[in-house]
Write a protein that binds this ligand. Structure first.
Ligand code: PGA
Length: 251
């Protein structure tokens, strides 16, 4: 069983500011204990980042954002720069989440530009890719992953980048309770690893799975060859559930 898994909690827009702060306050001690032997990243929404960054300052828990601007600075109303994210303590940032691609029209080219911004500030990007149910039924899953990865590969070929995470998140598995099977995930991760090997040293790349991960299925998923951790949405907003996932405790 891999011992160096990374557990990323993507709170999305589920916890408003006060509940985000309360999550950290209430679970401070348990979070510290959990993070002694496990690599944990929490990704609150933008408004809570600075305060949570301060609360997590002397802990092993890393802070992540859910998005970043594709631009360094300037007249971009409503956007947040990689510089700001770094200043408030972010070491990770999710980019290209399917919800951003779907609701904000984010393209893979923009995702690549965001990765460049993050790389310049030494923030590890967590790049989300994944196919819809229809793509899978049509047998074009790897074509879709390829389309999503190509601009990213072009970017990382020319951008010095320390570390990078790719989260395989089949869209049909996100928030649905329909977790992908170990075989489906293993196949996708194997393909991604192979495809990326043309662009970057594989040692720099951690592969995550996301999509309906919960305390009941984490123990089964963890045996997947090449898995480097989980991107957890819904279950991460409940500390007790998230803790069980991290501890691989399904009782
Ligand atoms: P979920 O979300 O765990 O609620 O399915 C995962 C994600 O979207 O990152």
């Amino acid at each position: 069983m891999p011992s160096d898994l990374l557990f990323v909690g993507n709170w999305k827009m589920q916890l408003p500011y006060t509940r985000s702060i309360a999550y950290i306050d209430t679970n401070q001690d348990n979070l510290r204990t959990l993070a002694q032997n496990n690599a944990i990243v929490l990704c609150p929404s933008f408004d809570a980042l600075a305060n949570i960054g301060m609360l997590l300052k002397d802990t092993n828990i890393a802070l992540g954002a859910q998005d970043v601007s594709a631009h360094a600075s300037g007249a971009y109303t409503g956007q947040v720069s990689a510089t700001s994210l770094k200043e408030v303590g972010c070491d990770y940032c999710i980019v290209g989440h399917s919800e951003r691609r779907q609701y904000n029209g984010e393209t893979s080219k923009q995702v690549a530009q965001k990765i460049a911004q993050l790389a310049a500030k030494n923030i590890t990007p967590i790049i989300c890719i994944g196919e819809t149910q229809a793509h899978r039924q049509q047998g074009i899953t790897t074509d879709i992953l390829q389309e999503q990865l190509n601009p990213v590969i072009d970017m990382i070929k020319t951008t010095p980048i320390e570390h990078l995470c790719i989260a395989y998140e089949p869209i049909w598995a996100i928030g649905t309770g329909n977790v992908a099977s170990n075989d489906e995930i293993a196949q996708a991760l194997g393909w991604i690893r192979q495809y990326l090997s043309q662009a970057a040293s594989i040692a720099k790349i951690r592969l995550l799975y996301g999509g309906s991960v919960n305390p009941d299925n984490a123990r089964t998923l963890v045996s997947i060859e090449g898995l480097g951790g989980f991107l957890v949405g819904g279950a991460s907003t409940d500390f007790q559930k998230f803790e069980k996932i991290v501890l691989l405790d399904n009782k």
